[in-house]
Ligand binder design. Structure first.
Ligand SMILES: [Zn+2]
Length: 298
């Protein structure tokens, strides 16, 4: 992913190295992803079909990411906390990715939905911090808070993604950011409010189903962003897409739940199954259109 020549955002609040550091235990958990899931292979063939890229090239990329049968994963060695003024590669990368979301959404949200884009702020923290939606802890993973319109990101999440789930690579990380910015776009479109209202009026099962549709739509919006960002800066190559898709597979709720308890419980999915996450990311990536993200929440 070529991101060095893209715009940089100034909407980053760096709280790393400030109090509430809960000290991530690390835990040394190893959910070895083993071989490549059938889902990855199917998706790679689909990408290959649409892009004309040799599937062997794509599969190779996906294999690097999902771990080639017990091959040692490179675990990032970044320190757990940094000074608040850090200007390391991660910070620079995040500034660029957020800047890319701002440039793209400022253009396509008015053009496609007649809505002005006001940027979100990304809060970087380590361990824990306060958010407009309550306490943020590293274990929660990245999230968007509609009350203060900010994205919260513990930067050690990326190390964890690489170590635990086999996801990795700049574009896979960018996809995670783009998913959170996707929630902000949903917020600007009034979708989060409407979804909340519908959740309050429904049963727990119905509320879960709505949450899943909101999450899958954020995946699709991440794909819409990627399609348009690629048009502007030509920043994605074929390995990037394979890696992001492998990440979508690795962080699907069914995969996470199976890792945690050995089986999956569809009723309590909040992000959707791996297959659904891949499907909606690809939908947005292929269309570049917000309206293609009709997962059933609008
Ligand atoms: Zn989400």
């Amino acid at each position: 992913m070529q991101w060095e020549n893209t715009p940089e955002s100034s909407n980053i609040e760096d709280r790393r190295g400030q109090g509430m550091s809960a000290g991530m235990g690390g835990g040394g958990a190893s959910f070895g992803t083993g071989g490549m899931g059938v889902g990855v292979i199917v998706i790679v063939l689909i990408i290959s079909y649409f892009t004309g890229i040799n599937p062997a090239v794509l599969l190779n990329g996906a294999q690097i990411v999902t771990g080639n049968g017990g091959q040692q994963q490179q675990v990032a060695t970044a320190p757990q906390s940094r000074p608040a003024t850090a200007t390391d590669r991660t910070t620079s990368f995040l500034r660029h990715v957020l800047g890319e979301t701002e440039a793209v959404w400022a253009e396509i949200l008015p053009a496609q939905k007649s809505v002005r884009y006001t940027p979100t702020t990304m809060v970087l923290y380590t361990g824990g911090t306060q958010s407009g939606c309550g306490g943020a802890r590293a274990a929660m993973g990245p999230f968007y808070c509609p009350n203060d319109k900010k994205v919260y990101l513990d930067t050690s999440f990326f190390n964890e993604m690489q170590a635990k789930y086999g996801g990795g690579g700049d574009f896979a990380y960018a996809y995670v950011i783009a998913h959170e910015v996707g929630h902000h776009v949903q917020d600007l479109l009034g979708i989060l409010d409407r979804a909340d209202e519908a959740k309050q009026n429904g049963s727990r099962t119905q509320a879960n189903a709505i949450s899943v549709r909101v999450e899958l739509q954020a995946d699709c919006l991440a794909g819409v962003w990627a399609a348009n960002a690629n048009k502007k800066w030509n920043l994605i190559d074929q390995n990037d897409v394979a890696r992001a898709v492998a990440t979508a597979q690795a962080i699907g709720d069914d995969t996470l739940q199976k890792s945690a308890r050995g089986y999956a419980v569809p009723d309590s999915f909040t992000h959707g199954s791996s297959a659904m996450r891949q499907k909606w990311l690809m939908t947005g990536l292929q269309s570049g259109q917000v309206d293609s993200c009709n997962t059933g929440v609008e």
